[in-house]
Design a protein around this ligand. Structure first.
Ligand SMILES: C[S@@+](CC[C@H](N)C(=O)[O-])C[C@H]1O[C@@H](n2cnc3c(N)ncnc32)[C@H](O)[C@@H]1O
Length: 312
């Protein structure tokens, strides 16, 4: 009888204190009160800190390794240069709430959009290549393309694209995005097109940094205050020297006002298609050239926030 009474009370949205005297009945009351304890969350995600031990899947370290690329739930390895979906999963769960909008300014094959949909987030993706926009649009239903995943063909560095993003945000009921994802070309390592606006098609690496900074500036302006940005980038080796694209881009992010929160090293061995076949050739070249073969890339986390004054 006591069970039934508490059940009915909970269904009515109330906890009723009952005149129960036995020890077992007291235990019942305590257990029910725990069920209705309000979740403790931050303004930028849905992680319930009262139950933080349950989130074992969420990575909090600076070394990320995934056994294999996720190929289910709408994902496929259909674009040379796309990132593994687990990166999007980690970023979205850690830095967004359900319904939030993630802005991806190098949308490529739409990995971020697919994962946003899977996790009940929304997405605006910008991609320079029209053929990729057409191809990726096929991955979503017409309704999803309006409500959940908005895709824009354009140059993410331009003022015109920035205005288009603002208009889409407006339609989606927000003034700004809640997470920014930047996965630019790693300079000219993979050439994506012949377009002059393409970051993989710059005449010099300095020009690449300048274009990257313009895109990141648009992202900064379109991101809500106190929210996060993620930069996924690898370094390169050219003209017999190591070129630190990652740290140079990190510096540009900081110049724009972003605060670095984490620099994560991600193991890329096994996630790449091409290297396997030419592994021996690369090993020979490394031995003869005095350099080491890349086995990592970076996932850098930033926040758009005011820096607290540091004691001197
Ligand atoms: C490394 S890929 C991103 C891959 C993506 N994260 C995915 O999982 O498919 C970089 C993409 O940026 C695009 N891109 C290059 N310059 C651009 C620009 N100025 N504006 C928008 N997109 C650009 C390229 O065409 C390419 O598809």
């Amino acid at each position: 009888m006591a069970y039934l009474f508490i059940l009915l009370s909970l269904q009515l949205g109330k906890i009723l204190i009952m005149p129960i005297s036995s020890k077992s009945a007291k235990k019942q009351k305590t257990a029910k009160l725990e069920v209705v304890k309000a979740p403790k969350t931050k303004p930028y995600n849905d992680i319930d800190l009262n139950n933080w031990k349950l989130y074992e899947n969420i990575k909090t370290g600076t070394w990320w390794e995934f056994s294999a690329r996720e190929k289910k739930n709408g994902h496929s390895y259909d674009y040379h240069g796309n990132y593994i979906p687990q990166i999007a999963t980690q970023l979205l769960e850690r830095y967004t709430k359900k319904g939030d909008i993630v802005l991806d300014l190098f949308f490529g094959s739409g990995t971020t959009g697919i994962e946003a949909k899977n996790l009940e987030r929304r997405c605006i993706g910008v991609e320079l290549k029209q053929e990729m926009v057409d191809y990726v649009s096929e991955k979503f239903t017409p309704k999803e393309l309006v409500v959940d995943v908005n895709i824009i063909q354009g140059d993410s560095a331009s003022a015109e694209t920035k205005e288009k993003i603002k208009a889409r945000l407006d339609i989606m009921g927000k003034k700004e995005a809640q997470l920014l994802i930047l996965h630019p070309p790693y300079d000219d390592i993979i050439k994506f097109s012949d377009k002059k606006e393409d970051l993989s098609n710059c005449a010099t690496t300095e020009e690449f940094y300048d274009l990257f900074k313009k895109v990141a500036k648009n992202g900064y302006d379109l991101l809500e205050q106190n929210r996060f940005a993620a930069l996924i980038i690898g370094d390169k080796y050219a003209n017999s020297r190591y070129i630190s694209l990652g740290f140079e881009c990190q510096r540009r992010m900081e110049e724009l006002g972003f605060v670095t929160k984490a620099v994560i090293v991600k193991n890329i061995t096994g996630n790449e298609k091409a290297k396997g076949k030419t592994a021996n050739l690369w090993r020979y070249r490394a031995l003869s050239g005095g350099f080491n073969i890349f086995e990592h890339e970076y996932i850098m986390i930033f926040q758009k926030t005011k820096l607290k004054k540091v004691k001197k």
